[in-house]
Design a protein around this ligand. Structure first.
Ligand code: ASP
Length: 358
C-alpha cells in the first residue's frame, strides 16, 4: 500500500516526546558548541512542520538525556506519558539518542500491551541545527507515519524505528553504524515501510491487533539480567563469577553461528549448575542475521542438554528487555522459559511451532 498520511482537514494530533540525543542539538552561533534546543520552539527550527498541518504537541524531558543514560526508569517514564495521553492523540513520535534506541524501543513494544496506535522512534546522526542534518527528514517522516491512517485506522499500530527511509519493527532492530545516516537494520524481519517519493507500507508485515482491547501499560522490570558473549579461550573463573552474580536471574548468551559453543566439560557444568539454580539462559547467535538451531550441531546440542533455551532469531536487545519484562512480572523460571519460547509481539520468528526448542 502506498499510504498517504492524513490530509490537512483531518488535523491528526501527534504527541512528540523528546527524550534527548543528537537530534535535539543546535550549534551555538557564537561558540560553535553543540547545545540542546527547546523543543517548545520546534516550529521555529523546523518550519516545514507547519506545512504538514497536524497538531503537534511536545513533551520534553528535562534535562534531555543522552541515550547511554537511558534505562528502565526512562522507559517507564515514556510508557507513562503515552498511557496518560493515549486517548488524546492519534500517534506518538519519540525522539531518542540512537545509541540505545533499539533497547528502549524494544522495551516499549513489550510494555505497551494491546497497542493500537503508532509509536515511532527516530533520532539523527547529525544535530537538527546543522546544515546537512538527517534529523529533519527523519522527524518529518516519522510524524507523517505516526499520523497515517487508512479507513480511519492507523496504518502502523506498532512500536517502530524510522531511520533514513526505512520503517522497522522496533524489537527487530539493532544499531549497526556509528557514522552512516543509515544506522539501523532489521536483519531477520522485513521493513514495514520504505520511504522514497511515496511512503510504501508493507501491510502484510505489519502487526494488526485482532481485537481492540484497551491499552495495558506495564511498568515492572527486573534488572537482574546479563549478556554473556562467548569467545574462544574463555576463562572458567570469569564465566563462573558471571553466572554466580548475586541475584542474577536471566542470561542472554551470545553464541557462535547457529547457536554453538565450546564443548568443554567445565563450561557445560557451569551452565547446568546455573540452570539448576533457576537461571534462565537464552541462546542468541553472535551473527547479525539468522537463527539459533541447537539441534543442528553437537556443539549446540550440549547446550540444550545443559538446559539452555533457544532465543530463535531474536536480537540481543530484544531478548534482554524481554527477560527484564518477564522476570519483572514475577514469573517463575519455567514460565519465563515458556514465554521465551513464543513470540509475544513479533519479536521472534517461530516458523513451525511444533519444532519449538526448550
Ligand atoms: N550519544 C547520542 C545518544 O545516543 C548519540 C545520538 O543521539 O545519536 O544519545
Amino acid at each position: 500500500m502506498t499510504g498517504n498520511a492524513n490530509t490537512k482537514q483531518d488535523k491528526a494530533s501527534i504527541l512528540l516526546i523528546y527524550t534527548g540525543g543528537t537530534i535535539g542539538m543546535i550549534q551555538n552561533a557564537e561558540t560553535g558548541a553543540l547545545e540542546s534546543f527547546n523543543f517548545q520552539h520546534l516550529k521555529e527550527h523546523v518550519p516545514e512542520l507547519k506545512r504538514l498541518g497536524y497538531n503537534v504537541s511536545v513533551y520534553q524531558f528535562e534535562p534531555p538525556m543522552d541515550s547511554s543514560d537511558m534505562g528502565p526508569e526512562g522507559w517507564q517514564k515514556i510508557v507513562g506519558i503515552i498511557a496518560d495521553n493515549y486517548s488524546s492523540y492519534d500517534g506518538f513520535v519519540i525522539l531518542h539518542g540512537t545509541d540505545t534506541m533499539s533497547y528502549t524501543a524494544s522495551a516499549l513494544s513489550f510494555m505497551l500491551e494491546n497497542l493500537g496506535k503508532p509509536v515511532i522512534f527516530t533520532g539523527s546522526q547529525l544535530p537538527i541545527g546543522m546544515l546537512r542534518t538527517d534529523g529533519k527528514e527523519n522527524l518529518i517522516t516519522a510524524i507523517e507515519i505516526a499520523a497515517a491512517k487508512e479507513n480511519g485506522q492507523p496504518i502502523v499500530p506498532e512500536v517502530c524505528i524510522f531511520f533514513e527511509n526505512t520503517l522497522l519493527r522496533a524489537n527487530r532492530t539493532r544499531k549497526v553504524n556509528a557514522d552512516n545516516f543509515n544506522a539501523f537494520r532489521s536483519y531477520n524481519y522485513p521493513p514495514l515501510a520504505k520511504v522514497g517519493v511515496h511512503i510504501k507500507y508493507d501491510t502484510a508485515q505489519i502487526y494488526y491487533p485482532e481485537l481492540r482491547k484497551p491499552l495495558k501499560p506495564h511498568y515492572l522490570l527486573d534488572r537482574n539480567i546479563t549478556i554473556l558473549k562467548i569467545f574462544p579461550g574463555m576463562s572458567p573463573h570469569v564465566i563462573e563469577s558471571i553466572l554466580q552474580a548475586p541475584g542474577l536471574k536471566g542470561v542472554v548468551m551470545e553464541t557462535f553461528g547457529s547457536g554453538n559453543a565450546p564443548r568443554e566439560a567445565w563450561f557445560f557444568r557451569l551452565l547446568k549448575d546455573a540452570v539448576a539454580r533457576g537461571l534462565v539462559i537464552v541462546n542468541i547467535t553472535q551473527c547479525v542475521a539468522g537463527c539459533v538451531e541447537m539441534h543442528r550441531y553437537e556443539t549446540g546440542q550440549h547446550l540444550m542438554d545443559a538446559g539452555v533455551v533457544s532465543g530463535y532469531d531474536s536480537t540481543t536487545e530484544s531478548a534482554v528487555v524481554k527477560l527484564m519484562f518477564l522476570f519483572g512480572h514475577g514469573l517463575s523460571p519455567d514460565e519465563v522459559k515458556e514465554h521465551m519460547n513464543c513470540s509475544l509481539i513479533g519479536e521472534i520468528t517461530i516458523s513451525d511451532p511444533t519444532k519449538q526448542q526448550s
